[in-house]
Design a protein around this ligand. Structure first.
Ligand SMILES: [Zn+2]
Length: 172
């Protein structure tokens, strides 16, 4: 059972939701209101997203100034936030590893793109979104900084940090 604790419309059918699943699991979802297509992010992924804000904002500014940009930041489990010329939007999307050639990462349809107006509206309301989250985001430790990741094996075993290869390390 999950319930929506807070919902903010970003315009043109995009919205942000703070959701609760069971007793104490919370997620932040950015999605298309009608299709539901988007990304429902764990707090580890959401924290990575919020920590990347400065870089995303800077890249959006560069793209607006007609600079060539190609930014992709990993939030976990091959979910990336990306801004890439010439597309005037911020993408939050699941990617997959292609099986051909040098195995490039490929975007899937599982995600959502925000136009700059929607993106800027959302970032302006970010303190409010995080205020509605029953967990203090400052206390959330993304998995790559967790104690069990202090050695490399911990990171290699993690499906968030090593989505392509973690299965190879489970029995080490
Ligand atoms: Zn991890």
């Amino acid at each position: 059972m999950s319930k929506v604790l807070f919902e903010l419309s970003l315009g043109e059918s995009r919205c942000v939701k703070v959701k609760q699943h069971g007793e104490e699991t919370f997620t932040v979802e950015i999605c298309h209101e009608e299709t539901g297509n988007g990304q429902d992010m764990s707090l580890s992924r959401w924290k990575n997203f919020c920590d990347s804000l400065e870089e995303i904002v800077k890249t959006v500014q560069e793209l607006k100034g007609n600079k060539e940009v190609n930014m992709r930041i990993h939030l976990g489990g091959h979910v990336y936030v990306s801004v890439c010329s010439p597309y005037k939007c911020v993408n939050i999307r699941q990617w997959v590893r292609g099986s051909y050639g040098d195995k490039p990462l490929l975007p899937t349809s599982n995600g959502v793109s925000l136009k700059f107006a929607q993106w800027e509206f959302m970032t302006s309301r970010l303190p409010e979104i995080n205020f509605q989250l029953p967990v203090d985001l400052d206390t959330v430790v993304p998995c790559q900084f967790a104690d069990d990741h202090a050695n490399q094996l911990g990171m290699l075993r993690c499906s968030e940090c090593n989505p392509d290869g973690y299965r190879d390390y489970i029995n080490y």
